[in-house]
Design a binder for this molecule. Sequence first.
Ligand code: MLT
Ligand code: ZN
Length: 472
Amino acid sequence: MLVQRFASIVGSAGIVADADVARGYRADWRGLFEGEALCVLRPGTVEQVSQILKLCHAERIGVVPQGGNTNLTVGAVPDRTGQQIVLSTSRLRRIRDVDAVDMTIVAEAGVTIAELQAAAIDVDTLFPLSFAAEGSATLGGAISTNAGGTAAVRYGSTRDLLLGLEVVLPDGRVWNGLRRLHKDNAGYALRHLFAGAEGTLGVITAAAMKLAPLPRAREVAFCALPSEDAVGDFWMLLRAAGEGAVRAAEYISGTSLDLVVYELGLRAPVHASPHYVLVELTSARAEAGLRDRLEGFLAEALEQGLATDAVIAQNEQQAASFWRLREDQTEAQKRAGLNFKHDVAVPVSKVGELLVKCRAALEARFPDVLVAPFGHLGDGNIHMNIIRPPMPGRDTLPDLEAHIGAIVYEIAAALGGTFSAEHGIGTIKVKQLETTRSAVELDMMRVIKDAFDGQCIMNPGKVLSIVEVLPI
Ligand code: MLT
Ligand code: ZN
């Protein structure tokens, strides 16, 4: 029996026997999809991962790598055949090295983002990646999806922090590319093939990542903006006034703010407005004069009519309460009803236009949906999320979703944007990728997939659709 062969590799601690617990690995976080699995494995060592993949390779069994299972595109759960295994990295939990001189951290795939942040603080440094799911999301998952988050405007997305990788290839061979160098130009940048590959080329078991100087000063403000037109100019003024200290510029639409206030019982710190931006400045120098800079910027923004109200957090507690209004968006929208996510990005100069055009087109066509965008203004990455309030007796209406998606993606594309900025492709955007990227681009992707995983056992059906490999 195959399951017994897997069990003999990982031992009883490495196989999830309880059906209820296993369900948590088969269903995605948003509750969009529940698959079946041959078994759920939790290997405790890289050697065990290698043995598992050798067996899967020999028997042509699909492998679905999974980190914290916080993925938003149904990219980390098995299909409904019951023929795939889930390979959870949740027991690969060692932080192997933290170096405050070289500014690097080497950790295994199952370490959470919050744990990496804490380990970095212990040696007076910063692990810069940060997003709402950081308490559960893992390093392996963040690299695999090239997660962005709220500090990407300052430090880049996950791949910008990536120095080296340890990967188990689909045939079970282990590639130790865990170099901790800030410069390493020897041949193809293989690590970057695995970043954003969503587990379709191999299983990431550990990574070497960059650290940054620990901020010693921080200022947070919550601002109300009068119109879409003001959004782009507000950002440009902030970028100039921030002089490199901007750590976050997070956009929240009026609808999104109302939702989080209503669903989670929070309080808005400024008067009601159609648009808001949460601003954070940080500096490694305690005496960086951030408060003066922020006050100067806000005075100028109010003067120019780019903001109509703004409050600066007076202490950590107030700053945290501002951040909750932004970080709890995903949770609030999940509670509010059927939620269609569109993780689009456009050039930052086009964000205002994106907001205007999407709202106009969607409200005209679908009067009973809520257009509730929010996102990472400084990166031009807006989550153009649409909520359909629960309507008893009606189903999930996949055609409504497709229709809404087509409108949003067409507008983003016409503005020079993308349909996938930081959440990845998973299963829900495979068609979008295959119908919008050029034949040349798709060919290159398929050649890469085939070179690494000719049998298509790695996360089958994610990123690219399955092309049947015929027996010779
Ligand atoms: C976030 O920025 O909070 C998430 O990436 C967005 C989402 O849930 O759509
Ligand atoms: Zn986001």
